[in-house]
Design a protein around this ligand. Structure first.
Ligand code: TEU
Length: 586
């Protein structure tokens, strides 16, 4: 069994600060602020959160919503001040909670002083802090970037940006305003270590490290393989995900900084599925990071590109979950459990059914799944009340994210007036856009859903369903005794903590490996006790046979009224559409 640690048992609640809660203390009305987080700590504590991870609040031009940092040691006035963060940390500590910062160090903003220096001349002492390369030229003299890599948040564009003044290209994997730092440079790594220390010394307990597996690029910057011949630039991630020196840099960061504090660390690690590569980062003996975000579940419906659609089946979810539950158990690593974040659509809209009839059942079923798996649990703001995607009548004009805007532009440029293609693009946006997770949190059924003052305009539209889906309504007891998603989550998180020997640290066994079945059933066990979880990922009533080896004491929780009381405890059982139950084994 995995050895216990506070960061393994913690429930981390992710805040997307612009959309969480606005008290009007920041410089922009209708924009969430740090004081808005502090104001909701009692709510988060009551829910069962131990750690708050906030997406970036540093000074930033906000080209990519704060993932473009222009000063690592200051807070963007839109969010408030450093003093507000000190207050947040104090208030968290009072409640025995912790703060995790989002650490974005693969790239900075182009407005960061480091980059301003770097681009000022080829001779500047910080020139080498970023990745500069000379242009290539076609036979006719046309200037071309050093290779064919596409920009991640604007796939039609090159990942390299031309600098007129110094006549070279710089690498900018996400947008032109997010130049990639050159981690080969020792001074860069030292500067980054200093930033980490700055926050740890201020009382922060750890970091979520943005695209931390992209920090080491393959030498020579080779061209990427062509996966879509219709476009000029191609996804180049094979050449920069988990590159040659990544593990050294992580190890060095641990030696120099992290090992000297008691921290929680999670690395965002897109594009990587190889078990050995994963274990190199999260293996207990490795001393690199506590855990990573593995993307398989949130990439389940990706096509060639993320902004694309692909059919998926319930078997995909159970295969993915089982693979990583077993991997971490067998090779002594640790994983994170999540189905939402600020880069993905809402989970009930994506994996279940967000219609009026099933939305709450779906929210509770996904809660049951996540709270009974091994790993550190991450809950994304609004997930606990079952927030859904923007409704389909909302057109692309309301979407604000740079990835969505660039995608819509690309499709209009590629297929002007092509109704089929543009209808597909709308469908992709309705299904996949990052915006769905970024609408303001729905606190009440009042103006602006209680997110900001009634007379201000939220920076992004509130989802139109806030009068039925909001936290205030879900805090009230219901006449029929049924639990709201919020109450169900609260109970499930408490239950997870009470039974952490099994639910956090216990072993995992898949109970039905049939590819055809929509049932995802698994057993979790310690040396002395066990639970089983049975989830129906479908719209149908489904019959399923409990394995004879499992002697069930009783169902202890379920997402339908009655907590599983109507489900048989032996032999054939029938699960209703999107039903999930948790049982205690004798
Ligand atoms: O995301 C990196 C990442 O690879 C994705 O989740 C990304 O949003 C998606 O692939 C887009 O196609 C991180 C942050 O979470 C994201 O918000 C930032 O935009 C990005 O890094 C750049 O910092």
């Amino acid at each position: 069994h995995s050895s216990p640690a506070w960061w393994k048992e913690s429930v981390v609640y992710q805040i997307y600060p612009a959309s969480f809660n606005s008290t009007g203390s920041g410089s922009e009305p209708g924009w969430g602020d740090v004081k808005g987080i502090t104001a909701k700590l009692d709510y988060l504590k009551a829910l069962g959160a131990d750690v708050v991870w906030s997406s970036p609040i540093y000074k930033s031009p906000q080209v990519d919503m704060g993932y473009d940092i222009s000063d690592y040691e200051n807070i963007d006035p839109k969010f408030g001040s450093l003093e507000d963060v000190d207050e947040l940390i104090r208030e968290l500590k009072k409640r025995d909670m912790k703060l995790m910062m989002d650490f974005v160090a693969n790239h900075t903003s182009d407005q960061h002083q480091w980059f301003i220096d770097s681009r000022s001349s080829r001779e500047n002492s910080r020139r080498d802090w970023y990745i500069w390369q000379p242009a290539k030229y076609d036979a006719d003299g046309t200037r071309q970037p050093p290779n064919n890599w596409s920009m991640m948040l604007g796939e039609a564009h090159s990942a390299w940006t031309w600098d007129e003044k110094t006549q070279e290209y710089y690498l900018s994997l996400f947008t032109s305003e997010q130049p990639d730092l050159n981690w080969r440079n020792t001074e860069v790594r030292k500067a980054i270590h200093n930033v980490l220390r700055f926050w740890l010394d201020r009382g922060v307990s750890g970091f979520r490290m943005d695209v931390i597996n992209l920090i080491s690029k393959v030498e020579g910057y080779p061209d990427a393989q062509i996966v879509d011949p219709n476009v000029k630039y191609q996804p180049g991630f094979k050449h920069f995900a988990n590159g040659p020196h990544m593990n050294d840099y992580l190890r060095e960061m641990n030696d120099e900084v992290l090992s000297k504090y008691d921290t929680i660390t999670v690395g965002e690690m897109p594009f990587v599925r190889d078990h050995d590569e994963i274990m190199k980062v999260v293996g207990t003996d490795r001393k690199e990071l506590n855990m990573i975000f593995i993307f398989d579940i949130v990439d389940i419906d990706n096509g060639t590109f993320r902004m694309d659609l692909r059919e998926w089946k319930p078997k995909d979810i159970k295969n993915i979950v089982s693979r990583y539950q077993k991997l971490m158990e067998e090779r002594d690593g640790w994983n994170s459990i999540f189905v939402e974040n600020h880069d993905n659509p809402r989970s009930i809209s994506r994996y279940c059914d967000d219609s009026e009839k099933f939305r709450e059942l779906s929210a509770k079923m996904l809660c049951l799944m996540q709270t009974t798996l091994s790993g550190t649990l991450y809950v994304y703001q609004g997930e606990e009340i079952g927030m859904r995607n923007l409704r389909s009548e909302i057109g692309p004009e309301e979407y604000k994210d740079i990835e969505t805007v660039n995608y819509w532009q690309k499709m209009n440029d590629l297929y002007p007036g092509d109704t089929d293609k543009l209808a597909y693009a709308r469908k992709v946006i309705q299904t996949k856009a990052r915006d769905h997770a970024r609408t303001p949190v729905q606190w009440t059924d009042g103006p602006n859903s209680g997110f900001c003052a009634p007379d201000t305009k939220p920076w992004m539209m509130v989802n139109t369903d806030y009068q039925t889906v909001n936290a205030a309504a879900q805090e009230k007891a219901r006449k029929d005794g049924d639990l709201s998603p919020l109450q169900f989550w609260t109970r499930a998180l408490a239950n997870r903590k009470e039974n952490k020997d099994v639910l956090v640290y216990g072993k995992y066994e898949l109970l039905d490996s049939s590819d055809k079945s929509s049932i995802f059933a698994y057993k979790r066990m310690s040396d002395s006790r066990a639970f089983i979880t049975v989830l129906n990922f479908s719209h149908e009533h489904v019959e399923w046979t409990l394995p004879e080896s499992i002697k069930l004491e009783k169902w202890v929780a379920g997402n339908y009224p009655g907590d599983g009381a109507n489900v048989a405890t032996v032999g054939k059982i029938t699960l209703k559409p999107w039903e999930g139950v948790l049982g205690m084994v004798k």
